[in-house]
Design a protein around this ligand. Structure first.
Ligand code: ME8
Length: 497
């Protein structure tokens, strides 16, 4: 059996999650569920990044001990994954000394053994928001454009990682496609960033930053938070503790936002090459969500809490909105109006109506039971399904999840129109007209449900219950003899209050 190992970034716990984190989680979840639906042994990893100056200061502002603070905020992220019905197999925390730390020690030692760690006196401008040193040219009027804060001038002795040694091999990995980047434009971005990449500071003096993992063999230094964090992709799978990671590594995909491309596209591959480990096979890079066309910020007060959204609209409408309205690889905008339009239009009117119309027809015209007979399955409809499936699969594999949904909804739209034009309720002598229409539409619902399961698992379960059948397990070409028994009809998407 093929394996498929997919990760999300591990999120900083300086604050509770917002809709951007929900977006990443849902994109990764659909991809993971899709690979499970292909029969691949799939592992989805997510978790939290809990060390570093940013977190230590957030804890201090709250008047809490860092461990107590990170325990509390990390729980809001694992809770979010549950609320969003994300099928992660593990939730890793970088403060977990048993699971995570041994992997960090091991990779540090491996990099050191390659001669790639050296001591240096360093002077630079550190942005705590990025947890990274910035170049003067990255700043606007001396301020970090992403965080609107002035970076701190730091002069200290620390350890450096010889990233420059691996630039050529990293470049080759992108050029040859050994690491695939989707969308392809982001590969060009990595290559451009690679050109002016230099060795990176890999530790901070412990006296200035206590909240982190001490460098093995030098208690006076704390490991750089990104070196610590990136290693989660290995440590979670056993690296440093056992040999299980060998089964899963290399990762098939790291799903990331565009803001952390440099870390995943350059620093991580360099660390892996230095440690003698294989490179991940692909990076799926998504864009950023704005709210009513503005950057989300606490000061503006427009931060959208995904938990509140799910409470109000339900989990699948929120998943659907994020997956359909925000193009997977582009920036997108959130608004309540657009969410409600999608809810009323695509979900309630299109899919919801389709399912209830067909269920009612089976209930009233066929005494609640359809025995699927291939001879009533319209050829034209069958061809439409096959075409839609090809388009759907191509879109998912290209990480254009919003397009995949468009193809499914085009088919649902076609099904509704097919019912309107064929008027199956109008009697004919042998009753075959009715059976022909219902059979074809049921085939569409079965196919659509199967494709939809990675996106809207709860909805597919509800559709399955409506027809007394586990629809996602069916192959549309092998439906002969299956029974569809309608016992109860409940609206999939109740009217919004
Ligand atoms: O960078 N729109 O953590 P982080 C879409 N701990 N996605 C968004 C978003 C937005 N407005 N805001 C955040 C870190 N994200 C590090 C990662 S990995 C080894 C360490 C998502 O909490 C997006 O996926 O700042 C982005 O890459 C990630 O959250 C950054 O999360």
């Amino acid at each position: 059996m093929n394996k498929f190992y997919i990760t999300t970034p591990i999120f900083y716990v300086n604050d509770k999650p917002h809709i951007g984190h929900a977006f990443t989680l849902v994109l990764a979840d659909v991809t993971a569920r899709y690979h499970r639906s292909l029969g691949e042994e799939t592992f989805l990893l997510t978790g939290t990044d809990e060390h570093g100056a940013k977190i230590a200061r957030a804890a201090e502002r709250q008047g809490e001990e860092p461990q107590q603070f990170t325990d509390r905020v990390s729980a809001t992220f694992s809770e979010l994954a549950k609320i969003l019905n994300v099928s992660n197999n593990e939730f890793i925390r970088t403060t977990d000394q048993e699971i995570h730390w041994p992997g960090v020690f091991k990779i540090w030692e491996a990099i050191k053994a390659s001669g790639d760690i050296y001591e240096s006196e360093y002077e630079g401008l550190y942005c705590v928001g990025h947890e990274a040193f910035m170049k003067k040219s990255d700043l606007q009027d001396g301020v970090c454009p992403d965080h609107q804060t002035k970076p701190e001038k730091i002069k200290e002795k620390n350890y450096f990682f010889k990233l420059s040694k691996y630039k050529k091999r990293i470049k080759e990995a992108y050029v040859s496609g050994a690491i695939m980047v989707k969308p392809a434009s982001r590969a060009n971005e990595v290559l451009a960033m690679l050109e002016d990449s230099e060795d990176v500071s890999f530790s901070r003096p412990r006296k200035d930053l206590e909240w982190g993992i001490a460098v093995p063999g030098d208690d006076a230094q704390t490991i750089y938070v990104w070196a610590d964090a990136l290693t989660n992709y290995l440590s979670a799978m056993g690296y440093g503790r056992n040999e299980d990671w060998q089964k899963w590594w290399p990762a098939d995909t790291h799903v990331i936002g565009k803001d952390i491309l440099r870390f995943h596209g350059i620093i991580w591959p360099a660390m892996l090459l230095s440690a003698g480990l294989e490179l991940p096979k692909s990076l799926l890079v998504h864009g950023f969500i704005t709210v009513e066309n503005q950057k989300m910020s606490k000061t503006i007060g427009n931060v959208i809490d995904p938990v509140e959204l799910v409470k109000k609209y339900g989990v699948d409408p929120v998943r659907y909105y994020l997956l359909r309205e925000i193009p997977s690889t582009e920036d997108g905008d959130f608004s309540y109006k657009k969410l409600e339009d999608r809810y009323n239009g695509d979900l309630a009117n299109n899919l919801g109506n389709l399912v209830s119309r067909v269920a009612k027809l089976i209930e009233t015209k066929l005494e609640g039971e359809l025995n699927f007979d291939g001879k009533f399955f319209d050829k034209e409809v069958r061809q439409k399904i096959e075409e839609a499936e090809q388009k759907y699969r191509r879109a998912v594999e290209e990480f254009r999840l919003h397009e995949a949904l468009t193809h499914i909804w085009d088919l649902f739209g076609f099904a509704n129109a097919h019912i309107d034009s064929h008027k199956p309720w109008e009697a004919d002598q042998e009753g075959s007209h009715l059976l022909r229409t219902i059979t074809s539409i049921v085939a569409i619902i079965v196919s659509g449900s199967r494709w939809l399961e990675p996106f809207l698992p709860e909805t597919v379960e509800k559709i399955s219950n409506t027809f007394g059948n586990n629809l996602r397990a069916y192959d549309v070409l092998r439906l002969a003899g299956q029974k569809f028994i309608v016992t109860k009809i409940e609206p999939l998407f109740p009217r919004l209050k």
